[in-house]
Ligand binder design. Sequence first.
Ligand code: C5P
Length: 227
Amino acid sequence: MADLIITIDGPAASGKSTVARLLAEKLDASFLDTGAMYRAVTLAAMQAGVDLNDELKLLDIARECEFQFSAGAGKTIICIDNVDVTERIREPEVTANARHIAGVPEVRDELVQMQRQFAADTQRVVTEGRDQGTVVFGDADVKFFLTAEAGERARRRQADLGGKDSNQSLEQIQRAIEERDKSDESRAVGPLKPADDAIVVDTTDLSIDEVVGKLLALVKERCLKSK
Ligand code: C5P
């Protein structure tokens, strides 16, 4: 297992991915975007025309498709059966449908195993998602939970989309984010919540650099001295 594991959990559009990627760069660590894994299984199921309520079929998809994750410039490149789907997994329909996949315990087990394998194959890892500190890496060295007000998260998501989905108003984006939070929080398996020993950071009024600086200082203070 990696000798430094940092987990970053939090609700949709709280800045986890960007912060986790930059923190990983500063720590010379690998970065794992677990949301991309749930999105990839979702897209694969949609492409196969599978009923998203059919848990057995969803498990087949998670087991049988070959998912490849690799570090690209500023983002994780995701391929399904060697086809690059990095952009497609961010489409609003995939985002909305991910809750079906995220709610199936056996699919989660499958992805959790892949996440632990990823950490076993690397020396340092910064991983982000919903259940990284609570379920996947209970013994992580430092656990963070990033939050931000829903209105601010909607503005960030709109900026991220960069006009790619201009049909959605800010209000619609905020509603979709709040619905996703509700579904992530109320799931029986791997629900969105801070681990008991997580450091909660409200990023509403902080820039990305400020958040990364704060997290880096905490990691150095808590564990790099002894590594
Ligand atoms: O973080 P991102 O928005 O890419 O995640 C997409 C969806 O995948 C989330 O809304 C959630 O339902 C699911 N997910 C999860 N557990 C994780 C990461 C993501 O259930 N560790």
